[in-house]
Design a protein around this ligand. Sequence first.
Ligand SMILES: Cc1cc2nc3c(=O)[nH]c(=O)nc-3n(C[C@H](O)[C@H](O)[C@H](O)COP(=O)(O)OP(=O)(O)OC[C@H]3O[C@@H](n4cnc5c(N)ncnc54)[C@H](O)[C@@H]3O)c2cc1C
Length: 386
Amino acid sequence: MDLGIIQLSEEQKMIVEQVREFAQKEIAPKAAEIDHEGRFPKEIIEQMGQMGLMGINIESEFGGSELDYLTYALVGEELNAACASTGVIFSAHNSLACGPLKKWASKEQKMQWLAPMARGEKLGAFALSEPGSGSDAGALICTCKKEGDHYVVNGTKNWITNGPESDTVILFATMDTALKHKGVCAFVVDKKTPGLSVGKVEHKLGIRGSGTSQLVFENVKLPVAQMIGKEGDGFKIAMSTLDGGRVGIAAQALGIARAAIEAAKSFAQERETFGKPIAQHQGIQFFFADMATRLEAARLLVWRAAILQDRGLPFTKEAAMAKLFASEAANYICDKALQIHGGFGYANEYPAERHFRDQRITEIYEGTSEIQRIVIASSVLKATQI
Ligand SMILES: Cc1cc2nc3c(=O)[nH]c(=O)nc-3n(C[C@H](O)[C@H](O)[C@H](O)COP(=O)(O)OP(=O)(O)OC[C@H]3O[C@@H](n4cnc5c(N)ncnc54)[C@H](O)[C@@H]3O)c2cc1C
């Protein structure tokens, strides 16, 4: 996994080793059952909390492990190589829920809301999408009306990862829909707040152990102190959070794709046709060459985006490129890995079909591939030099 030209530190290597061992011993053997039952892996998430993985980038002062974003991507790849449901729970909690608090919240807010999440005691969710707005996030219609020392929130949030199981929600709502993105505010919300309920829970193609649901807000009263940043900062907070989130989803694509190649490799070395293992047919070998090349190219883009984030440099375009390329590479890889399994790839006795289903979401959430292309194109067209 060391890319040669980018040397990992001794600490990064050690953490990858520890997480890989944990993921392969404790998570991978349960992945098929978690998927089949659509079961939220509570016990695994608790263990991850004890290992410091639920506040991976958060300062130790607020209960986190204070590790860098490259380590976050490395850990994400390992977890997702074992189980993509566990991987997205980790990613939504760390980058989408803890991330905006780390960057935008006051010290008091961090002590109250971030620290329990970073210690793994509470699970976070990020509620931006709505039934009528996903890609066009600025068109959200969930409202927050100021009344004295609090805001009253009404609306429905859709597709919320960790929606059913979360304790703490990062909410985006608008003061006035006519203001479009300039009217959006961000809040941190206790899921037990009166008027907040879990709506429809989705039945999904993949990542079936990760809960995805609506969150319904009916006259939910939020004290002013629960606003993150200022009035109108919400859209900026959401977009900057998604830059980091996209690195996490790109790492998820890497993990699923790597697991798909590994599974296809062991199958191809066992399965014989025409008197020899299929791995000895050149047509199959070419699949492996193309799968491995795409995986490693994707990993370079993911690591670059994470390193830029660690250095505090702009990384919006690079995160979009990493997510776009890694998710489409994973699509190709999981498709070919299934093909290498022949008929066995189509049944659930082998993991190929799960990888194929799990991977698909990486091209959709945290900005579809089309949205990544819009982000990349706008940067490329503005740049004086490519
Ligand atoms: C399993 C799952 C988990 C999710 N988790 C979360 C979460 O935790 N929090 C959250 O807030 N959201 C979450 N989402 C929502 C997700 O981010 C959105 O589904 C995604 O951004 C796309 O929005 P949409 O579904 O409304 O599609 P739309 O925006 O309606 O897009 C439909 C199609 O049109 C394309 N399209 C749209 N605009 C353009 C354009 N300008 N040019 C070209 N093509 C365009 C899109 O790429 C897509 O192919 C999740 C979704 C899923 C499925």
